[in-house]
Design a protein around this ligand. Structure first.
Ligand code: GCU
Length: 594
């Protein structure tokens, strides 16, 4: 029998939990909605010890009595640009891991019968969000969007948002403690207020049915009380106006056939799609393509295709900042196009939405990846839940982007880590259930290399649509024979093989010693790695693509050699100033002839 007092405890605990809820799944296609941008300079309190939590800085208490004082204030605090990583904005934040409190204000007269949402494109790594002194929720994960409905929480006049951003590495984080990039912290992507009608189109999926070139399958989801509505899906260019009606859950299926110009790297055709309900209209630019595995080949629109990839991190090389704008992503994607790529691997986490949309427009296929990187605490009970949430958020945001052809669910995790196989097999199955229109893989680097023979094995390859492997022969591991005579023992020999990383380091213009010695970081040494790799590609069985690591030199704090690295991973084919290294020309020529 529960005593009254216990019920009260349960009630108030529930109240607190409900009040500081986990962020909602964000509505998609934000750019085409009724937005008010909150980008700009926000006030910021740097809080290395995390004492701001104890001081409850979100309350912004001010002295009432003469004897009152408070040891914080956003007034007079420094400013940080949003979107933007904080590491590159202030010297004292360069290597910072801790808490930064951000504050901004807005005035918004909410239209009659309207709803209001606060939407974040991405915050790395944990965001606790407060509105007018009350916590509205929290989100973990640095690379996927989230939102909070604030319809009933805003006040007339000035509203105040405070965001606690904590970019500490977590043992059970995604990624975990170790990674080979600068994991920029902060409110790194756009922040918007989004106003909608009482019932609005919150989600939809419009793509070709798996394996078909003319059947469009999908669905629409309304959010709001007026769930049963007439729905139209229009493709004006094709004179298509598909009509249906949503059910009591606000859900409607789409199925129609069309004579489509298919999306491809050569012709990245996108159609304007207009989705109309009785209370909302949204348009998107959607392409239609079919990607599938056929034996040891990858087919795009039923034709075999060779994936000419480039790895890119989400970093503007010239400014040394987290890439977060259209200008930033165009720098990276134009460089990929110039080298002759038809695919970019967005290492090692979902990049901002500009990157995915612009790649699609430019005819670059996209390999999107979760930050399940190297050492992950799979046996921590929270990790599978975090992996699943991040998977859902990644697929949710980009499921209508036909340019995304591969979901990569992990990179170089260790087969000996307890629960790794079990949890990643579960995650693979979850991904297949979410989306059957793309390939799914894991990137592995535990292959053996002895007597010039690769022994490629891993349980995860059984569940992956392709064999994706990282190898650094010629850099981390010296060649053991002629590259053209390498032998390959591959488990699941019938599957397509993709070399998802290869390469080595060079400092552009380095001439500090003999070019045949790795320790001089010369371009000639790096070029020789690429010449030999290209030679080896000629005899990799079922090779359907390669992806050099990587396009630009980029920041990574573990790369500490003061002369050659200076905090940069120098495996770029381009320096961080955009200077082409000799190896760049090897890849350019290889792709030209593929
Ligand atoms: C690994 C890893 C990359 C890393 C690279 C390197 O394969 O996937 O994230 O940067 O090797 O060592 O440079």
């Amino acid at each position: 029998m529960i005593k009254i007092t216990n019920w009260a405890v349960i009630f108030f605990t529930a109240l607190i939990f409900l009040d500081s809820s986990i962020a909602q799944t964000a509505m998609i296609n934000v750019e085409s909605r009724n937005l008010k941008s909150l980008n700009g300079n926000w006030n910021a309190l740097i809080d290395p010890t995390g004492i701001g939590e104890w001081r409850q800085v979100w309350l912004e208490k001010t002295p009432e009595k003469k004897t009152d004082f408070f040891e914080y204030s956003f007034e007079g605090a420094s400013e940080l640009k949003v979107p933007g990583d904080f590491n590159s904005q202030k010297c004292e934040l360069t290597f910072f891991e801790g808490t930064v409190w951000y504050k901004t204000q807005f005035d918004h007269a909410l239209g009659n019968g309207k709803r209001l949402f606060l939407h974040f494109g991405g915050v790395n790594y944990i965001a606790d969000v407060y509105l007018n002194g009350r916590k509205i929720g929290t989100h973990e994960g640095g690379f996927t969007p989230f939102q909070f409905e604030i319809t009933d929480k805003i006040i007339t006049g000035i509203n105040t948002i405070v965001v606690k951003v904590d970019n500490h590495r977590l043992g059970n984080g995604l990624p975990g403690y170790g990674y080979d990039w600068l994991n920029y912290g902060g409110i790194t992507r756009d922040v918007n207020l989004i106003e909608t009608n009482k019932t609005y189109i919150s989600d939809y999926f419009v793509q070709l049915k798996n394996g078909s070139l003319e059947t469009i399958l999908g669905w629409i989801q309304l959010d709001g009380i007026q769930s049963e509505q007439n729905i139209k899906v229009k493709i004006p260019e094709l004179n298509i106006s598909f009509q249906t009606r949503s059910d009591k859950n606000g859900y409607a299926n789409i199925e129609l056939t069309a004579n489509l110009e298919l999306w491809s790297p050569q012709i990245p055709k996108l159609y304007k799609i207009i989705i109309e309900s009785e209370t909302d209209t949204i348009d998107d630019n959607i392409g239609f393509r079919c990607v599938e595995v056929d034996g040891n080949k990858i087919l795009l629109n039923k034709e075999p295709i060779f994936l000419k990839g480039a790895n890119i991190h989400e970093e503007n090389p010239y400014s040394g900042t987290r890439a977060n704008s259209l200008e930033d992503v165009r720098i990276l994607l134009n460089a990929a196009k110039e080298m002759g790529c038809n695919l970019v691997r967005l290492a090692h986490y979902p990049h901002n939405e500009y990157m995915v949309r612009e790649a699609e427009k430019m005819g670059l296929m996209v390999w999107e990846e979760l930050p399940i990187y190297q050492h992950i605490e799979f046996s921590d009970s929270l990790v599978p839940k975090k992996m699943d949430i991040m998977l859902k958020e990644m697929v949710h945001r980009d499921k209508n982007r036909c340019g995304v052809v591969i979901w990569s669910l992990s990179n170089e995790t260790y087969s000996f880590t307890p629960m790794r196989d079990l949890e990643l097999i579960k995650l693979t199955n979850n991904c297949r259930a979410l989306d059957s229109t793309r390939l799914i893989t894991h990137v592995i680097n535990n292959q053996g290399y002895k007597k010039n023979t690769f022994n490629v094995w891993d349980t995860l390859y059984k569940y992956s649509d392709l064999i994706a492997l990282n190898e650094y022969i010629g850099w981390y591991i010296p060649w053991q024979g002629n590259p053209s005579e390498t032998k390959w023992d591959i488990v699941y020999p019938g599957k397509p093989v993709f070399i998802s990383e290869f390469g080595g380091e060079a400092l552009f213009g380095s001439k500090t010693g003999p070019t045949d010695e790795a320790a001089n970081w010369t371009e000639v040494y790096q070029e020789d790695i690429y010449i030999k790799q290209v030679e080896m590609f000629g005899n990799v069985p079922n090779l359907i693509g390669v992806c050099p690591w990587l396009l630009f030199d980029y920041k990574s704090l573990g790369r500490m050699h003061p002369t050659y690295q200076n905090g940069y991973n120098r495996k770029g084919l381009l320096s961080e100033k955009g200077e082409k290294k000799k190896a760049w020309y090897i890849m350019k020529e290889y792709y030209k002839n593929k």
